[in-house]
Write a protein that binds this ligand. Sequence first.
Ligand SMILES: [Zn+2]
Length: 153
Amino acid sequence: MSLKVNLRHLEPREICLKGELPVGELDFDLRDEMLQVREPMHYDVRVEKVSHGLLAQGRLVLSLDCRCVRCLKSFKKTIELANWTLHLPLEGEDKATVDNDCVDLTPYVREDMLLEFPQHPLCSPDCAGLKKNGRSQAQTGRSAWDELNKLKL
Ligand SMILES: [Zn+2]
């Protein structure tokens, strides 16, 4: 009987990555005053090698600090990608960049998360907006935009 090494036994078939991705790494470059990311993103992802590429599947959870565009109330919104799937080719024109045998999934996570961000955050779908408290905006000279300007301090 010959002495053979099965290469596939030398590397795990799949790895599980679980942890937190810091805000600084996510680097969403948000210019929107109504959306802020202050907490790390939680990930629980399984990555396996498939032919010519990598397949990542798992769960991504991120908490957003939002401000309602109608009433300016602050609220938190959780974005959960429960069945996040990413297929990354390691060959061909669209192949992922490999650096020191590592592939960085961060840019792909960032892109997929950004797609889920609300364009116009609302505290509730039927938010009535700012209450006028019996005084018209003309009398007080205050509008939603004045309130917003104060928040930019
Ligand atoms: Zn609201």
